[in-house]
Design a protein around this ligand. Structure first.
Ligand code: HEC
Length: 110
């Protein structure tokens, strides 16, 4: 009997589904990337948002975070290798950057 239970557990461990899917992980990372969430500036799906509206010498202006759903993989990676004026500097692994890219460019996300 014990052996059967052991076999059952072994089977359950070896063939278990991943705890969360790749998409679930990528979505979580997008909202909580060890720093301020990407969603707060680039929108829930990376579609881009207006961060602020202001007047400059009487002219109405907008500060925007761009749409990143169609950004090339190269440009996407470059955004993490440089400093910006508005966007914070993140220290993410290549795998994490790849996950974020997967999330914003994924069709499931649309
Ligand atoms: C405080 C607001 C803010 C946050 C938070 C933020 N961004 Fe940005 N991001 C910007 C702005 C503004 C730009 C465009 C100007 C610039 O490059 O600084 C930008 C540019 C980018 C670009 C380059 C787009 C292009 O076409 O060249 C990518 C890719 C990007 N962000 C991805 C992300 C990801 C992924 C996160 C989360 C890890 C994130 N950003 C968090 C504001 C933000």
């Amino acid at each position: 009997m014990r052996f059967v239970v052991f076999l059952f557990l072994l089977h359950a461990i070896l063939f278990a589904e991943d705890f969360i899917t790749k998409m679930e992980y990528a979505k979580m990372l997008y909202a909580n990337p060890r720093g301020i969430g990407c969603n707060l500036c680039h929108g829930q799906k990376g579609e881009g948002t207006v961060i602020a509206k202001y007047k400059d010498k009487g002219k109405q202006k907008e500060l925007r975070a761009p749409d990143i759903t169609k950004t090339s993989r190269e440009k996407f990676q470059q955004a993490f290798a440089s400093t910006h004026t508005v966007m914070p500097r993140y220290f993410l692994t290549n795998n994490e950057i790849e996950m974020l890219y997967f999330y914003v460019t994924s069709e499931v996300n649309k």
